[in-house]
Design a protein around this ligand. Structure first.
Ligand SMILES: NC(=O)c1ccc[n+]([C@@H]2O[C@H](COP(=O)([O-])OP(=O)(O)OC[C@H]3O[C@@H](n4cnc5c(N)ncnc54)[C@H](O)[C@@H]3O)[C@@H](O)[C@H]2O)c1
Length: 255
């Protein structure tokens, strides 16, 4: 297991699914963690259970981000890891998506992720010993193979992939020891997938049946990839993408 015992982390969307699994995993690996979520009741409950700090946060509120990173630095003395995990689906095709749905989905999935990267880099630059840290952004296999039923989700997650690369190269060129990588989960048993199932009954079973591993992912399996990228085990990985999809995007159509 990666050793994160000298690390401090912020995990957004920590109240559920992949964020909750990441909270547990980074804690088990030794990190001090500030979990955040728009769902204050469940987020605070889970953080207390795990032994993490909690702050209520709407990641789309870009003005709040510097306060969130400042809180982590205030609590722990430095910021080493940011996991930009919070995300939302919208379930609208190109013909029925409204401006409001489009704007809110983008505000959470891409603007929130950008603002998190910006605030984290400012905090990581001030770390004792010089600029250092690891940012992990969460995209989706929907950023690589589109769902016609959710144009805003797919396209905003596509933007997350290139955002990560731009952040990674900027930090490298500036000489900061700050890496930025993307984890790309496939269909994973969480709240987002349950929301999609409500709109498309039978979706989960259908997706599991077409998966080469014949099942959905467990959030802990995505959290393991996040923990690896957050650790010092992969200093030459930046701007990279790690697929955690059970082989779903690797299979040739028809097989
Ligand atoms: N589950 C999947 O199949 C799957 C696949 C690919 C990518 N992802 C991505 O994984 C990430 C985590 O999603 P999940 O599957 O664990 O879903 P989830 O619904 O279980 O968890 C999402 C969490 O984000 C929080 N959240 C939503 N909007 C927020 C906001 N504006 N500010 C702060 N917190 C907010 C929710 O309260 C919730 O706790 C998302 O970015 C999602 O797009 C999930």
């Amino acid at each position: 297991m990666p050793d994160l015992s000298s690390k401090t982390a912020i995990v957004t969307g920590c109240a559920s699914g992949i964020g909750a699994a990441t909270l547990r995993r980074l804690k088990a690996d030794g990190a001090k963690i500030l979990g955040t979520d728009i769902n204050a009741i469940e987020g605070a409950r889970l953080c207390e259970e795990v032994g993490a700090e909690f702050a209520e946060q709407d990641v789309a509120d870009t003005g709040l981000w510097p306060q969130i990173t400042a809180l982590a630095v205030d609590k722990f003395g430095r910021l080493d890891i940011l996991v930009n995990n919070a995300g939302a689906v919208s379930q609208h095709s190109i013909e029925d998506v409204t401006d409001d749905v489009w704007a809110r989905t983008y505000a959470i999935n891409i603007t929130g992720t950008m603002a998190g990267c910006r605030a984290a880099i400012a905090a990581m630059k001030a770390n004792p010993g010089g600029p250092a840290g690891a940012i992990i952004n969460i995209a989706s296999t929907s950023a690589m193979a589109a769902l016609p039923s959710d144009v805003a989700y797919c396209s905003s997650k596509g933007a997350v992939r290139v955002l990560s690369k731009s952040v990674a190269i900027h930090c490298a060129k500036q000489g900061y020891n700050i890496r930025c990588n993307t984890v790309i989960p496939g269909a994973t048993e969480t709240g987002i997938l349950n929301t999609a199932e409500q709109h498309m009954p039978g979706l989960k079973a259908a997706v599991a049946a077409t998966s080469p591993l014949n099942r959905l992912g467990d959030p802990a399996e995505t959290a393991a990839a996040i923990a690896f990228l957050a650790s010092d085990e992969c200093p030459f990985m930046t701007g990279a993408e790690m697929l955690v999809d059970g082989g779903a995007l690797s299979i040739h159509p028809g097989f």
